[in-house]
Every structure is written in structure tokens, then in C-alpha cells.
Design a protein around this ligand. Sequence first.
Ligand SMILES: Cc1cc2nc3c(=O)[nH]c(=O)nc-3n(C[C@H](O)[C@H](O)[C@H](O)COP(=O)(O)OP(=O)(O)OC[C@H]3O[C@@H](n4cnc5c(N)ncnc54)[C@H](O)[C@@H]3O)c2cc1C
Length: 457
Amino acid sequence: MKPGVKKSLEAIVSPENFSDQLIDLVSYSSDATSRRHRPEAAVWVTDADQVADVLAFCNRERIPVTARGAGTSLAGLSVPVRGGLVMDLCRMNRIVDICIEDRVAVVQPGVVYADLEKALAPHGFFFPPDPASGSVATIGGNVATNAGGMKGAKYGVTKDYVLGLEVVLADGRKVKTGSRCMKSSSGFDLTRLFVGSEGLLGVITEIILKINPRPRHTGTVRAAFDSLASAGQAVSRIMRSGIIPSVLEIIDRNTLIAINQNTDLRLPEAAAILLAEADGFTQEETNAQLEQIIAIFKENHASEVRMAKGPEEAEALWLARKSAGGVLFRLNIALEVEDLAVPLSKVAEALEFISDLAEKYRLRIPTVGHAGDGNLHPGISYDPNDREEVNRVRMAAEELMTKVTELGGTLTGEHGIGLTKAPFMPLEHDDVSLEIMRGLKNYFDPNDILNPGKMGL
Ligand SMILES: Cc1cc2nc3c(=O)[nH]c(=O)nc-3n(C[C@H](O)[C@H](O)[C@H](O)COP(=O)(O)OP(=O)(O)OC[C@H]3O[C@@H](n4cnc5c(N)ncnc54)[C@H](O)[C@@H]3O)c2cc1C
């Protein structure tokens, strides 16, 4: 980085909040994928004015800026592929306001999801999206990716809770969108435009969130199925039965085998298991839902059904799902986590396709997913040093994405497009949609400094 540029950035953020040290540049060159590209420098910003001054300067100097929360993206979103500057927002981590009367929380972008949950708990409220990375990922990152989680089927995803934003645009101007109101039909919905925009349209510096009262009771049940078709049928029957489970997760046989090989959980190595949680404000309400779920499991030929008798047993059942992520990352040197979503009626077909694909390309593709909202995570494990295998992974991923769009699905249910899904954008979006997206990017960021090289735009 040129000495003059370094001096100007240090003048804005102070020298201790600027780094061009190799150790920092290497840390900021990757996210949770295997993609890597080193930035030239990093800044830690502490308020919106600094964000504005840094962006205005970088815009004049045409320096790429990649906003960064915890760097846990699973799609290469936070990898600074064009170099330039990484802007770390983790120090903007103040919970500005929790107002139960208005049912809102106002936070800075660097607040960690779990810290907001801790702050809301004494009030009996929660922020439902619940990404599995919640112990480290930031709310700014959640908003920029439209993150979801296990509670998506009943409670929706991040976009369903963002009421308003403060955003700094590429030229340094600040814009406030939305309000603290529970509803609004006022003008174009700029808030929704920024949610899921992956740091390509502006840097989010404050977020107004709707929060929910936390249900007082939960219950958990697990069922094993000897065929993917039966498991898929059970999902479909539950989702049209009139109840909506707070969680409905699927784990396929490949994942169950991998978990058994790496833990002492001794799970049934069935074609798939489904894990369901029901919640309610009374025990009766919760039990009534669980009974209905169990009946549907049995009608659909579940070979084993286990209901947790209390919180400890429930925790033991959930360990299977919670251990899956860590276990899959240990299967091989690299893991490409896909994030497709399909209509609920197509879950079984998608699972069977993935299983056939693994056989066709001689790959291990264990799959877990949020069956209740059709969001599946096939994890393709491979050795990046084996060129022939890498080629098979590429072909399998392309075939999978093509099939997903044929099923009326989407490339990504919650992780975003970033780098890994960018080549597939034309499969899902028609030419006019892509032209509008490019036009928006050009309007907000004519010099293409904000997280350039992403989303295929
Ligand atoms: C083990 C594991 C489990 C995961 N589980 C889930 C899950 O259940 N659900 C889910 O949705 N995701 C999950 N993820 C993916 C990831 O945690 C989410 O995408 C998360 O929302 C990213 O937050 P972050 O703070 O790490 O953001 P980063 O990775 O730092 O950034 C992500 C994107 O947001 C942009 N960004 C960050 N902050 C801002 C800001 N203030 N303004 C503008 N743009 C910004 C970045 O430029 C980048 O494009 C998981 C990841 C891992 C490693």
C-alpha cells in the first residue's frame, strides 16, 4: 500500500487501528471456505463517521473495500478477492437499545449473535434466526447474508426481523432506511434491498431489529427412516398438517456414518433421521404438536421414534445435529458446503438426487438440512491436491445446481452467493433480473469498490 494512502487511513482511524502486518493480512485473506486472497491493509473502525471517511477516501482512490464481521462466511463472501482494504466492524459491538415496549433491539453491526441473545434472555425475548455460527458471527454479517438457521420454518430468517438500517454508501454518504415501526408501506423497501446484499451496496453501521417473545416450553422427538422417500414424505405431511414445528432437521445416512465414526453417539445408521422440536407457551400446546408429529412419523414408516423426556434427553438428541458440522469438516482436507433450498414437496427428490450424484462421481456427499424450510446442506468432501477429484467435485456441483433450479429451488437458502455460487447465477436468474442487479450495483457503487468480484455481477 502506498505510504500516502497508509498515512491518510491512519489519520482517519488512528495508527493503532490500521495494519499492513503480514499476520493480519493472512488472517483476513480467508473465511470459512478454502478460498484465499490477501488484502493490502486492514482497518478496525469504531463508529459510522470513520466508516464514512474511509469509504469516501477509498472511493476517491479507487481502493476496494471488503466489510468484515467474524469472517465465518461459507461462500467466500468475505474473501477480499481484489485486494485493497478489509474493514473490520467487530469493534462496533454496542447494543444501543433494547425496548421491550416497542419490541425492538437496536444494535451496531459487530454485535455477536449470541451476545444479543444473552441480553434479550432476561426480558423473555429472543432474536429467532439462530444461525449455527451464532456464538461468533456478527449481526452485521447476518444481515448482509440474510442468515437463517434451524428455526427458519416457523420463525423465518434475518430479513423477517430487520425493520431499519443505517448504511454508509460507497461515496461516504449515510442513509437511514425503515423505522422502529412493526409495519410500513412507505416508499420502496430500501431496508430489504440492503439485507442480503453481501457488502456490495454499502456498509451497515446500525440495525433496528424486531424481537420475539420466547416460547416457554419446547419438546424434541427423533425418528429414523429406512428410505429417503419416507423421510421426505413425513416432512411434507408435517408441514401441511396445520402445525409448524419450531425445528425440523434431516440428517442422511452418510452423515450418520461419519458421526458414528468420529463420536460415541451410536446413532441409527438409517437412510435418514428427522429431528423435530415443537414449542409453545403452555406444556399442553407443545405436547399436542409433538403427538401429531409422532403420529405422522409412524404413519410414514419410521423405524424408530424417540421422544426426549426432559431438557437433558433433548440436548442428547440434538447432539447428533450439532456435531455434524465439525465431523464433516474432518472427513477430508476440504469441504464445499452447498446451501440449496427447494420447495418443501421436493425435499425427498433433492436428497435422492444428491445420493445418486455421490455415487456417479465417486464422492462423499453427506447431507444435513433444515428440512422444515427445504434448505439442504450437502457437504462435498475432497482433497484439493487431487486434480482429478477436484474436477469431479466441479462437475457434481454444476449438475447439482442445475437440478436445484429445475426443481424450482434456489442456489442458496442462507449463506449467500459470494464466490462459490457466482458462476451459477444465470441458472437461477434471468437476463433481465441480472441486468437490474448490475444496474443497482452500478448506482450504489459506480467505481466498484465495495466487495468487488462477488455475486457474478
Ligand atoms: C460452523 C459454521 C456454521 C454456520 N451456520 C450457519 C447457519 O446456520 N446459518 C447461516 O445462515 N449461516 C451459517 N454459517 C455461515 C456464516 O456464519 C453466516 O453467513 C454469517 O451470517 C456470517 O457472519 P459474519 O459476521 O461471520 O460475516 P462475514 O463472514 O465477516 O461477512 C459475510 C458477508 O457480509 C458482509 N458484511 C459483514 N458485515 C457487514 C456490514 N456491517 N455491512 C455490510 N456488509 C457486511 C461481508 O462483506 C461479507 O460479504 C455458518 C458458518 C460456519 C463456519
